[in-house]
Ligand binder design. Structure first.
Ligand code: NAI
Ligand code: MG
Length: 477
């Protein structure tokens, strides 16, 4: 399978390319030991795209062994700069690819800047720390940003000298398998990066519970994160978890209305609402509520064009899978049953071919904090809009869920903006914007939105350990 069992695919936009379908283990393309495959589905047409190999428990074990060998291989272990050769990113640079390349370049720059400290103690002692790789890192990523999530995890792990077994989400393995060939071209020793596609319940589980894996980094649902934590306990793995959210977006009476409306729309409706930090609960102060509602609905009508993702006029494509579409439909029923007002949407979106996992952008008002649609992550173009009176009430509403990932505050009052930012329980606060992520700035959550940080310098801490070295300068005890 030298070529990854590549098949020529032609995308709906007419671009033809070789798509690897194998498992990338120890620098080689192999087939699943059980001969199982996963069929990738085009969510616009519900038609199969291609079948890719599905990794088994044994395949994960092989990948972990390859990563362990690579960790001990001097050509990797003693490499002073772990990642500055090659620019494998000559792929057309659209938004996601720009982020992937930017993140990888950012961390490549850190590869020779990971160092410890000299710590002053007493005259007869010299003490210093060094930063070492954690070891073999298992990385489990979701389907909503397949390549960007891979870059967020591979960049810091490799900059710190770790080796990696990465499991893509079963729904979206294609781009990351393509990326595997670029890893070889960039000159990484075999086994430093292994990519084993597979189902969560099999390959994901095998990785999270493997006794020779030193760390698990995961992005996905809070429920799966809890399972992973339990599995990681078997050998006390280091963990980083980035999970769900129900991020609030607060609009105070004194906000710039047009700006707030545009960000509020983009913050929930972009990427089909399938963003962990999507600002899915909009909280609007009473004095501006009616104006906001009118402008927000207009924005949804004007901007949220639903249709073919390869059509340049489309803002919102299909949801990733039937399971995700069904989940959103369920929440629409729940919202109605709970007595909230369905202001817009709420129906599957009819398309020309009658196929595909399309849903109308959906807006609920009259939502109170007890409702499930206010508390639970939907992960779709589905937003609740609630009214509040005071700053105190806004903060209480923001903090009134189990989550604490992103949050946004719209006001022109400088002191209020910073005061509220400090009071919100979240890993990130955007003042007068939403979902404004940057690879130089730490990303992650508090409460049940996760453990640890990715991106920025904080991302390096997640992939290195500190060793303390004490040097005795006295001759005897
Ligand atoms: P999931 O959390 O189950 O899947 C994410 C990744 O974990 C995938 O690679 C999957 O194969 C793997 N996985 C699943 N079960 C596993 C297990 N037992 N052991 C090890 N790995 C396992 O998410 P799913 O089922 O795709 O989506 C459900 C909900 O999760 C969504 O509706 C959304 O609310 C949330 N989600 C959040 C994401 C985020 O960016 N924070 C991304 C994807 C989903
Ligand atoms: Mg799941």
């Amino acid at each position: 399978m030298a070529d990854g069992c590549a098949v020529q695919l032609t995308a709906p936009n007419g671009v033809t390319f070789p798509q690897p379908t194998g498992l990338f283990i120890g620098g080689q393309w192999v087939k699943s030991s059980l001969g199982k495959t996963i069929t990738s589905i085009d969510p616009s047409t519900e038609k199969p795209i291609v079948a890719v190999q599905a990794g088994s428990v044994k395949d994960i074990d092989d990948a972990v062994s390859a990563a362990r060998r690579a960790l001990q291989d001097p050509s990797w272990r003693d490499l002073p700069e772990t990642w500055d050769n090659g620019k494998p990113y000559s792929v057309s640079l659209n938004e996601d690819m720009g982020e992937v390349a930017g993140t990888l370049r950012y961390y490549a720059g850190f590869a020779d800047k990971v160092f410890g400290q000299v710590i002053e103690t007493t005259a007869d002692k010299f003490a210093y720390t060094i930063r070492e790789p954690i070891g073999v890192c298992g990385q489990i990523i979701p389907w909503n940003y397949p390549l960007a999530m891979a870059a967020w995890k591979l960049g810091p792990a490799l900059a710190c000298g770790n080796t990696v077994v990465l499991k893509p989400a079963e729904q979206t393995p294609l781009s990351i398998l393509y990326f595997a060939n670029l890893v070889t071209q960039a000159g990484f020793p075999p086994g430093v990066v292994n990519i084993v596609n597979g189902f969560g319940a099999e390959a994901g589980k095998a990785l999270a519970s493997h006794e020779d894996v030193d760390k698990i980094a995961f992005t996905g649902s809070t429920a799966t994160a809890k399972d992973i934590m339990r599995m990681a306990a078997s050998n006390l793995k280091n963990i980083t978890l980035e999970t769900g959210g129900k991020s609030p977006l607060v609009v105070f009476d004194d906000a710039e209305l047009e700006n707030a409306v545009e960000w509020a729309h983009a913050g929930i409706m972009s990427n089909q609402g399938q963003i962990c930090t999507a600002t899915s609960r909009i909280l609007v102060q009473a004095g501006i509520f009616d104006q906001f509602m009118e402008a927000f609905k207009k924005q949804v009508r004007n901007v949220s064009t639903v249709g073919d993702p390869f059509d340049s006029n489309t803002f919102q494509g299909p949801q990733v899978s039937k399971a995700q579409l069904d989940r959103i439909k369920d929440f629409i029923s729940v919202g109605k049953a709970e007595g909230a007002n369905l202001e817009m949407g709420g129906q599957p979106q009819a398309t020309a071919g009658g196929k595909g996992y399309f849903i109308q952008p959906t807006v609920f008002t009259g939502v109170n904090p007890q409702m499930r649609i206010f508390q639970e992550e939907v992960f779709g173009p589905f937003v609740t809009i609630s009214k509040f009176e005071s700053e105190e009430e806004a903060v209480a509403l923001c903090n009134g869920t189990q989550y604490g990932l992103g949050s946004a505050v719209f006001t022109t009052n400088l002191t209020k903006a910073h005061r509220v930012a400090r009071r919100i329980e979240a890993g990130m606060v955007w003042i007068n914007s939403s979902n404004d992520s940057d690879w130089r700035i730490p990303f992650g959550g508090v409460k049940q939105s996760g453990i640890g940080r990715e991106l920025g310098e904080a991302g390096l801490e997640a992939y290195s350990t500190v060793k303390a070295i004490h040097v005795n300068m006295r001759s005897k005890l």
